[in-house]
Design a protein around this ligand. Structure first.
Ligand code: SF4
Length: 231
C-alpha cells in the first residue's frame, strides 16, 4: 500500500527511471513480443486492425490469410460489392459493420490519398473509422515511426503500473509519451501486450511470478482480486 502511494506521487524523473527498469525486465521476459496480427504492408495492417476490434488476433489472421490474397489494393476493397466483401468476412464478429468500415476507409484512401495509406497521423485520423489507437499502431508497425497505440493491454497495464491515472486512451497516450524513451515506444507497447496476456491478466494477475513485481505499485494484486481492494 505504501508502495502504491510512493509510486503515484513520484516525480517524473523517478517514474522514468522506474519505467526504464520495467522495460529492461519485460524485454528479458518477453523477447518474442511483437504485434500478433499478420500483415505485409500498411493497407493489410489497417484492414487487420479494423477486423480485430473485439476479436481474437488468431481469428483475424485466419481470415486475412485468404482475404489478403483476394484484395490486394485499396481499390480492390473500394470497388468490391459490399455483399461479397461481407461474405468474405463473415467469420468475424460484426462482419457487416466491419465490411462497411473497410470499404469506406478504402474509398477514402483511393479518393484522397492516391490509393496509398497515408503516413501521417492527421491524414490517418481523417479516414472513416480510424481512431488514434489504430492510426498509431499503423504508424508504429507499418511505417517504422515511434508511436504509442493505446490498446486494452497498454491501457490496463499503464494504469496498474502507476504510469497514468487517466482512463481515457488519448490522455493515457499523452501521459506515456514523455515517460517512454522515444526509440522504445513501439517496443514498449508490444511488451505490455505480451505481459498483459501472459502474466498481468485482467482478472487474475500472476503477481507472485511477475518479473516486475518489485517495481509494481500493486505487487499483491492477485490477492486483491479475491478481497476488497484497499489501495
Ligand atoms: S505485480 Fe501483479 S499487478 Fe503488478 S504488473 Fe505484475 S502481475 Fe501485474
Amino acid at each position: 500500500m505504501a508502495r502504491t502511494s510512493t509510486v503515484k506521487s513520484a516525480p517524473p524523473e523517478d517514474r522514468k527511471r522506474r519505467l526504464g527498469k520495467i522495460i529492461e525486465k519485460l524485454n528479458r521476459a518477453h523477447p518474442d513480443a511483437k504485434l500478433d496480427l499478420n500483415f505485409s504492408n500498411p493497407l493489410e495492417l489497417l484492414v487487420a486492425l479494423i477486423l480485430a476490434a473485439q476479436a481474437r488476433d488468431d481469428l483475424v489472421n485466419q481470415i486475412t490469410a485468404d482475404v489478403f490474397k483476394k484484395y490486394r489494393s485499396a481499390e480492390d476493397y473500394a470497388r468490391a460489392s459490399l455483399s461479397k466483401l461481407e461474405e468474405d468476412l463473415r467469420r468475424i464478429n460484426f462482419y457487416r459493420n466491419k465490411a462497411r468500415s473497410v470499404q469506406n476507409c478504402c474509398k477514402e484512401i483511393v479518393a484522397r490519398f492516391q490509393r496509398k495509406v497515408p503516413e501521417n497521423l492527421d491524414d490517418l485520423l481523417a479516414l472513416p473509422g480510424v481512431g488514434r489507437k489504430t492510426a498509431n499502431i499503423v504508424l508504429g508497425n507499418a511505417f517504422g515511426k515511434q508511436t504509442i497505440g493505446v490498446d486494452t493491454h497498454v491501457m490496463r497495464l499503464s494504469q496498474r503500473l502507476g504510469l497514468t491515472s487517466n482512463t481515457d486512451a488519448d490522455k493515457i497516450e499523452f501521459d506515456l509519451i514523455p515517460l517512454v524513451p522515444e526509440k522504445l515506444r513501439v517496443r514498449f507497447c508490444h511488451l505490455l501486450q505480451y505481459h498483459g496476456r501472459r502474466v498481468c491478466l485482467a482478472k487474475k494477475p500472476r503477481c507472485p511470478e511477475c518479473v516486475i513485481n518489485s517495481l509494481c505499485p500493486y505487487p499483491d494484486k492477485t490477492k486483491a482480486s479475491h478481497e476488497p481492494n484497499k489501495d
